[in-house]
Design a protein around this ligand. Sequence first.
Ligand code: FPP
Length: 247
Amino acid sequence: MDLKDQIDKKNLPQHIAVIMDGNGRWAQKKGNQRIFGHKNGVKAVRDTVEGAAELGINFLTLYAFSTENWNRPKQEVNALMSLLITSINSETDTLIKNNVRLLTIGNIDGLPKNVTAKLKGLINQTANNTGLTLVLALNYSARWEIVNAVKEIIAENRQNPIDVDSINNEFFERYLNTKDIPDPDLLIRTSGEYRISNFLIWQMAYSELYFTEVLWPDFRRNDLYEAIVDYQKRERRFGKISEQIKK
Ligand code: FPP
Protein backbone atom coordinates (compact mmCIF):
# COMPACT_ATOMS: atom_id res chain seq x y z
CA MET A 1 0.00 0.00 0.00
CA ASP A 2 1.23 3.48 -0.87
CA LEU A 3 2.31 5.62 2.08
CA LYS A 4 -0.33 8.18 1.13
CA ASP A 5 -3.06 5.54 1.39
CA GLN A 6 -1.89 4.65 4.89
CA ILE A 7 -2.78 8.15 6.11
CA ASP A 8 -6.01 8.38 8.13
CA LYS A 9 -7.68 11.48 6.68
CA LYS A 10 -9.78 11.87 9.82
CA ASN A 11 -6.73 12.16 12.07
CA LEU A 12 -4.54 14.63 10.18
CA PRO A 13 -2.27 16.97 12.12
CA GLN A 14 -3.93 20.35 11.85
CA HIS A 15 -0.59 22.16 11.94
CA ILE A 16 2.80 20.84 10.81
CA ALA A 17 5.97 22.83 11.53
CA VAL A 18 9.25 22.10 9.75
CA ILE A 19 12.87 22.89 10.55
CA MET A 20 14.34 22.65 7.05
CA ASP A 21 17.91 21.62 7.77
CA GLY A 22 20.82 20.23 5.75
CA ASN A 23 20.95 22.48 2.68
CA GLY A 24 24.62 23.34 3.20
CA ARG A 25 25.73 19.75 3.79
CA TRP A 26 23.72 18.55 0.77
CA ALA A 27 25.55 21.02 -1.48
CA GLN A 28 28.98 20.40 0.01
CA LYS A 29 28.55 16.63 -0.43
CA LYS A 30 28.10 17.34 -4.11
CA GLY A 31 31.16 19.60 -4.16
CA ASN A 32 29.06 22.75 -4.55
CA GLN A 33 28.64 26.05 -2.71
CA ARG A 34 26.12 26.11 0.17
CA ILE A 35 23.75 28.36 -1.79
CA PHE A 36 23.30 25.55 -4.32
CA GLY A 37 21.72 23.62 -1.44
CA HIS A 38 19.38 26.49 -0.60
CA LYS A 39 18.32 26.76 -4.25
CA ASN A 40 17.47 23.06 -4.27
CA GLY A 41 15.75 23.53 -0.93
CA VAL A 42 13.16 25.62 -2.75
CA LYS A 43 12.15 22.51 -4.76
CA ALA A 44 11.56 20.71 -1.47
CA VAL A 45 9.50 23.65 -0.21
CA ARG A 46 7.35 23.53 -3.36
CA ASP A 47 6.71 19.78 -3.16
CA THR A 48 5.99 19.88 0.59
CA VAL A 49 3.56 22.79 0.24
CA GLU A 50 1.76 21.03 -2.62
CA GLY A 51 1.67 17.74 -0.72
CA ALA A 52 0.32 19.36 2.43
CA ALA A 53 -2.32 21.38 0.54
CA GLU A 54 -3.46 18.31 -1.38
CA LEU A 55 -3.86 16.28 1.82
CA GLY A 56 -5.97 19.01 3.45
CA ILE A 57 -3.47 20.10 6.12
CA ASN A 58 -4.63 23.46 7.52
CA PHE A 59 -1.33 25.05 8.63
CA LEU A 60 2.27 24.48 7.49
CA THR A 61 5.02 26.55 9.14
CA LEU A 62 8.50 26.58 7.61
CA TYR A 63 11.55 27.88 9.49
CA ALA A 64 13.17 29.76 6.60
CA PHE A 65 15.46 32.27 8.36
CA SER A 66 16.23 32.55 12.05
CA THR A 67 17.36 35.61 14.00
CA GLU A 68 20.69 33.78 14.43
CA ASN A 69 21.09 33.22 10.68
CA TRP A 70 22.26 36.86 10.33
CA ASN A 71 25.57 35.59 11.76
CA ARG A 72 26.26 33.53 8.62
CA PRO A 73 28.74 34.84 6.01
CA LYS A 74 27.33 37.99 4.37
CA GLN A 75 27.41 36.37 0.94
CA GLU A 76 25.16 33.51 2.12
CA VAL A 77 22.73 35.90 3.86
CA ASN A 78 22.47 38.03 0.69
CA ALA A 79 21.96 34.95 -1.45
CA LEU A 80 19.17 33.72 0.87
CA MET A 81 17.41 37.09 0.65
CA SER A 82 17.64 37.07 -3.16
CA LEU A 83 16.32 33.53 -3.19
CA LEU A 84 13.32 34.61 -1.14
CA ILE A 85 12.51 37.33 -3.68
CA THR A 86 12.89 35.02 -6.70
CA SER A 87 10.87 32.29 -4.95
CA ILE A 88 8.02 34.68 -4.14
CA ASN A 89 8.03 35.90 -7.76
CA SER A 90 8.04 32.42 -9.23
CA GLU A 91 5.52 30.86 -6.80
CA THR A 92 2.92 33.64 -6.52
CA ASP A 93 0.63 32.31 -9.28
CA THR A 94 0.78 28.73 -7.98
CA LEU A 95 0.00 29.80 -4.42
CA ILE A 96 -2.98 31.85 -5.58
CA LYS A 97 -4.21 29.09 -7.92
CA ASN A 98 -4.00 26.55 -5.08
CA ASN A 99 -5.95 28.76 -2.65
CA VAL A 100 -2.95 29.03 -0.27
CA ARG A 101 -2.92 31.86 2.27
CA LEU A 102 0.51 33.24 3.22
CA LEU A 103 1.38 34.46 6.71
CA THR A 104 4.71 35.22 8.36
CA ILE A 105 6.02 35.07 11.89
CA GLY A 106 9.15 36.90 12.99
CA ASN A 107 10.32 40.46 12.63
CA ILE A 108 9.76 40.92 8.89
CA ASP A 109 10.29 44.68 9.18
CA GLY A 110 13.90 43.82 10.01
CA LEU A 111 14.43 42.16 6.60
CA PRO A 112 15.73 44.10 3.56
CA LYS A 113 13.04 46.55 2.42
CA ASN A 114 12.41 44.82 -0.94
CA VAL A 115 11.89 41.46 0.80
CA THR A 116 9.48 42.97 3.34
CA ALA A 117 7.52 44.69 0.56
CA LYS A 118 7.26 41.49 -1.50
CA LEU A 119 6.10 39.50 1.50
CA LYS A 120 3.50 42.06 2.53
CA GLY A 121 2.23 42.19 -1.06
CA LEU A 122 1.74 38.42 -1.20
CA ILE A 123 0.17 38.32 2.28
CA ASN A 124 -2.41 40.86 1.07
CA GLN A 125 -2.98 39.09 -2.23
CA THR A 126 -3.68 35.75 -0.52
CA ALA A 127 -5.49 37.06 2.56
CA ASN A 128 -8.89 35.71 1.50
CA ASN A 129 -7.69 32.28 0.41
CA THR A 130 -9.28 29.45 2.34
CA GLY A 131 -7.00 26.46 1.70
CA LEU A 132 -3.64 25.72 3.33
CA THR A 133 -2.16 28.53 5.45
CA LEU A 134 1.57 28.64 4.73
CA VAL A 135 3.44 30.37 7.56
CA LEU A 136 7.01 31.45 6.82
CA ALA A 137 9.16 32.00 9.90
CA LEU A 138 11.53 34.77 8.84
CA ASN A 139 13.90 36.72 11.05
CA TYR A 140 12.25 34.61 13.75
CA SER A 141 13.40 33.11 17.01
CA ALA A 142 11.23 31.89 19.86
CA ARG A 143 13.11 33.80 22.55
CA TRP A 144 12.78 37.01 20.52
CA GLU A 145 9.04 36.33 20.17
CA ILE A 146 8.57 35.76 23.91
CA VAL A 147 10.59 38.82 24.94
CA ASN A 148 8.71 40.85 22.33
CA ALA A 149 5.39 39.67 23.81
CA VAL A 150 6.45 40.87 27.27
CA LYS A 151 7.44 44.26 25.83
CA GLU A 152 4.08 44.60 24.07
CA ILE A 153 2.14 43.66 27.19
CA ILE A 154 3.95 46.34 29.19
CA ALA A 155 3.69 48.99 26.46
CA GLU A 156 -0.01 48.36 25.87
CA ASN A 157 -0.96 48.40 29.53
CA ARG A 158 1.12 51.36 30.71
CA GLN A 159 -1.94 53.44 31.55
CA ASN A 160 -3.95 50.74 33.31
CA PRO A 161 -1.94 48.21 35.30
CA ILE A 162 -2.93 44.61 34.57
CA ASP A 163 -4.66 42.53 37.22
CA VAL A 164 -2.01 39.85 37.88
CA ASP A 165 -4.69 37.16 38.28
CA SER A 166 -5.93 37.80 34.75
CA ILE A 167 -2.60 36.64 33.29
CA ASN A 168 -2.89 33.08 32.03
CA ASN A 169 -1.83 31.11 28.94
CA GLU A 170 -4.62 32.52 26.78
CA PHE A 171 -3.77 36.09 27.78
CA PHE A 172 -0.07 35.62 26.96
CA GLU A 173 -0.72 33.87 23.65
CA ARG A 174 -2.55 36.92 22.33
CA TYR A 175 0.82 38.71 22.25
CA LEU A 176 2.69 36.01 20.35
CA ASN A 177 3.21 36.19 16.57
CA THR A 178 1.15 33.00 16.30
CA LYS A 179 -1.93 34.44 17.99
CA ASP A 180 -4.37 33.22 15.33
CA ILE A 181 -2.52 29.99 14.56
CA PRO A 182 -3.11 26.70 16.42
CA ASP A 183 -0.12 25.05 18.12
CA PRO A 184 1.79 22.62 15.88
CA ASP A 185 0.69 19.01 16.29
CA LEU A 186 3.79 17.73 14.53
CA LEU A 187 7.32 19.10 14.20
CA ILE A 188 9.54 17.67 11.48
CA ARG A 189 13.30 18.30 11.49
CA THR A 190 15.44 17.05 8.64
CA SER A 191 19.15 16.19 8.39
CA GLY A 192 19.57 14.02 11.48
CA GLU A 193 19.92 16.88 13.96
CA TYR A 194 17.99 16.51 17.23
CA ARG A 195 17.41 20.09 18.31
CA ILE A 196 14.62 22.68 18.50
CA SER A 197 16.96 25.60 17.65
CA ASN A 198 14.91 28.43 19.14
CA PHE A 199 11.79 27.56 17.11
CA LEU A 200 8.22 27.90 18.48
CA ILE A 201 9.30 27.02 22.03
CA TRP A 202 6.02 28.11 23.66
CA GLN A 203 3.81 26.59 20.97
CA MET A 204 5.54 23.17 20.87
CA ALA A 205 4.81 22.29 24.49
CA TYR A 206 2.78 19.25 23.33
CA SER A 207 3.91 18.78 19.71
CA GLU A 208 4.98 15.36 18.51
CA LEU A 209 8.60 15.50 17.33
CA TYR A 210 9.76 13.67 14.21
CA PHE A 211 13.38 13.56 13.08
CA THR A 212 14.60 12.23 9.75
CA GLU A 213 18.07 11.76 8.28
CA VAL A 214 16.89 13.11 4.90
CA LEU A 215 18.62 16.39 4.00
CA TRP A 216 16.14 19.16 3.23
CA PRO A 217 16.84 19.46 -0.56
CA ASP A 218 15.94 15.75 -0.90
CA PHE A 219 12.72 16.04 1.12
CA ARG A 220 9.59 15.33 -0.92
CA ARG A 221 5.89 14.80 -0.22
CA ASN A 222 6.53 11.09 0.34
CA ASP A 223 8.78 12.02 3.29
CA LEU A 224 5.94 14.20 4.57
CA TYR A 225 3.56 11.22 4.31
CA GLU A 226 6.06 9.08 6.23
CA ALA A 227 6.14 11.63 9.06
CA ILE A 228 2.33 11.80 9.17
CA VAL A 229 1.97 8.00 9.25
CA ASP A 230 4.45 7.91 12.16
CA TYR A 231 2.54 10.72 13.93
CA GLN A 232 -0.72 8.83 13.60
CA LYS A 233 0.74 5.83 15.45
CA ARG A 234 1.41 7.92 18.53
CA GLU A 235 -0.84 8.42 21.51
CA ARG A 236 -1.13 12.07 22.50
CA ARG A 237 -1.88 12.19 26.21
CA PHE A 238 -1.43 15.91 27.06
CA GLY A 239 -0.44 14.95 30.62
CA LYS A 240 -3.32 12.48 31.09
CA ILE A 241 -3.06 8.68 31.31
CA SER A 242 -3.72 6.31 28.46
CA GLU A 243 -7.11 5.06 29.78
CA GLN A 244 -8.47 8.60 29.93
CA ILE A 245 -7.56 9.22 26.29
CA LYS A 246 -9.25 6.03 25.04
CA LYS A 247 -12.62 6.84 26.70
C1 FPP B 1 19.06 25.19 6.76
O1 FPP B 1 20.09 24.46 6.12
C2 FPP B 1 18.33 26.03 5.83
C3 FPP B 1 18.19 27.38 5.92
C4 FPP B 1 18.76 28.19 6.99
C5 FPP B 1 17.44 28.16 4.91
C6 FPP B 1 16.20 27.55 4.37
C7 FPP B 1 15.87 28.21 3.08
C8 FPP B 1 15.34 27.61 2.00
C9 FPP B 1 14.93 26.20 1.96
C10 FPP B 1 15.17 28.37 0.74
C11 FPP B 1 14.20 29.50 0.72
C12 FPP B 1 12.94 29.28 1.45
C13 FPP B 1 11.69 29.58 1.01
C14 FPP B 1 10.58 29.47 1.98
C15 FPP B 1 11.39 29.96 -0.37
P1 FPP B 1 21.59 24.79 6.55
O2 FPP B 1 22.10 25.84 5.66
O3 FPP B 1 21.64 25.09 8.00
O4 FPP B 1 22.29 23.41 6.26
P2 FPP B 1 23.52 22.75 7.04
O5 FPP B 1 23.04 22.44 8.42
O6 FPP B 1 23.80 21.53 6.24
O7 FPP B 1 24.63 23.75 7.01
